[in-house]
Ligand binder design. Structure first.
Ligand SMILES: [Fe+2]
Ligand SMILES: [Fe+2]
Length: 412
């Protein structure tokens, strides 16, 4: 499914290109031609022929304001026959789930990054890839021998920016330089967040690594320092630019929001740090959930549902095996799916049994899950997500929820 076409520009006045309206592409149909789009006056290759057009893809194109696509001369006949009867290209339902499984599998080779840490004029020595809908394509080719320079055209590309997991050490070195240089506060915050995502990705793959736990603790300290220094930093530390769900991005977001909320209710610094660590690691038990179950498209069976719910108990078990985790951090892990109504899991604790850390992590966890798209639901806007939390307020600590809404209101 991956495109091997490197980033290239073609003169948009080139008569050998045919254009058609994006509205003519139908959801769930395989596109029998390479798709090009016009960006900054140039035509850029976007999808390889054979990819299936999904509603996700449509949303992304609409977000980018792209209304027209281009097809090169070789594919003219394919374009004509597609436009004449696009329904002929519809895929079967079983093919659809196969495709999604392929995508989930391919996704495991990549790590999502935020393009905001790519500063125009700086050089990178790792490849950049784009995830557009369910399609990966290479955007920039670079390595230590021939680095590439970041420019505005690269940054204006739509979709999620990704790097290969094998390039994570190079990206880490890039982030370290941003964190140690006299970068402005906003950029430093972004670098801290991206670095936290890298560490969480490593930790989810190797949850027994004491060294990665130590580094995640260091990142929590950086986040606490940044948030206590300036409340507005919460916004820079959150990663809301995502077209898909990644447990590592979610973990960092939940830690940032929990730390922000703890700061708002004036917890002591030492307490905030312990809460932050628990919040960062709250879903570490997902490392034991098979990715087919975690990324399943459609309804889960009751067994699959139990496997997913088990991530809480698994997480506690993993963390008890680490010497460096303070026991006070554990309730954020153990109780983040508990509800004040007693209808949560795994223990169905009631109001009085759920600790402050558990209550804070639950609000942050639920909010981030609602604002992230999943294969079976779109991302809700921050406003709509908050209104859902309010509607279900009996499940949460009302005073904390109020503080949380005020915090997110203030940082926007
Ligand atoms: Fe969870
Ligand atoms: Fe979570």
């Amino acid at each position: 499914m991956a495109s091997k076409t490197a980033f290239r520009y073609i003169d948009s006045e080139d008569p050998s290109y045919h254009s058609a309206s994006v509205d003519r592409l139908i959801t769930g149909a395989r596109i029998p031609f390479d798709v090009f789009i016009k960006e900054a006056g140039n035509i850029r290759h976007l999808f390889n022929k054979g990819m299936v057009y999904t509603s996700y893809t449509g949303d992304i194109l609409r977000d980018k304001g792209i209304t027209v696509f281009y097809v090169n001369a070789q594919d003219e006949g394919n374009l004509e026959s597609y436009l004449a009867n696009p329904l002929l290209y519809k895929i079967r339902e079983d093919e659809d789930s196969l495709l999604f499984r392929e995508y989930s599998h391919e996704k495991e080779q990549y790590h999502q990054i935020d393009s905001k840490v790519l500063i125009p004029g700086t050089r990178i020595n790792f490849d950049l890839h784009l995830l557009y809908g369910f399609n990966f394509s290479i955007l920039v080719e670079a390595n230590e021998k021939s680095p590439a320079t970041i420019d505005e055209t690269i940054l204006s590309s739509g979709g999620d920016f990704m790097i290969k997991k094998t390039d994570m050490p190079l990206f880490n070195a890039y982030l370290q330089s941003l964190m140690s240089k006299q970068s402005e506060a906003k950029l430093k915050a972004l670098a801290i967040r991206e670095n936290s995502k890298l560490i969480m990705e490593e930790l989810l793959e190797n949850p027994r690594s004491g060294e990665a736990i130590k580094r995640s603790h260091d990142m929590v300290n950086y986040i606490v320092d940044t948030v206590l220094d300036s409340k507005d930093a919460v916004y820079d530390l959150l990663d809301m630019s995502k077209y898909d769900f990644y447990t590592y991005t979610h973990s960092v977001n939940v830690a940032v929001m929990s730390i922000g909320l703890a700061g708002s209710i004036n917890l002591e610094r030492k307490e905030i740090e312990k809460l932050g660590l628990g919040a960062m690691l709250h879903d570490i038990g997902k490392s034991n959930v098979p990715s087919e179950v975690l990324n399943k498209q459609g309804k889960l069976t009751s067994t699959e549902y139990r496997i997913i719910q088990n991530h809480v108990v698994e997480g506690e078990k993993i963390l008890r095996g680490h010497r460096n985790i303070p026991p006070e951090s554990l309730p954020a892990v153990a109780q983040h799916h508990e509800k004040l109504t007693g209808k949560g899991y795994p223990r169905g604790l009631d109001n009085k049994q759920i600790s402050l850390f558990g209550r804070i992590a639950a609000v942050a966890d639920c909010y981030d899950a609602l604002t992230t798209p999943r294969p079976y639901k779109p991302a809700f806007t921050p406003f709509y997500a908050l209104s859902i939390l309010v509607k279900e307020k009996q499940d949460f600590d009302c005073a904390l929820l109020k503080e949380f809404i005020e915090m997110l209101g203030k940082v926007r």
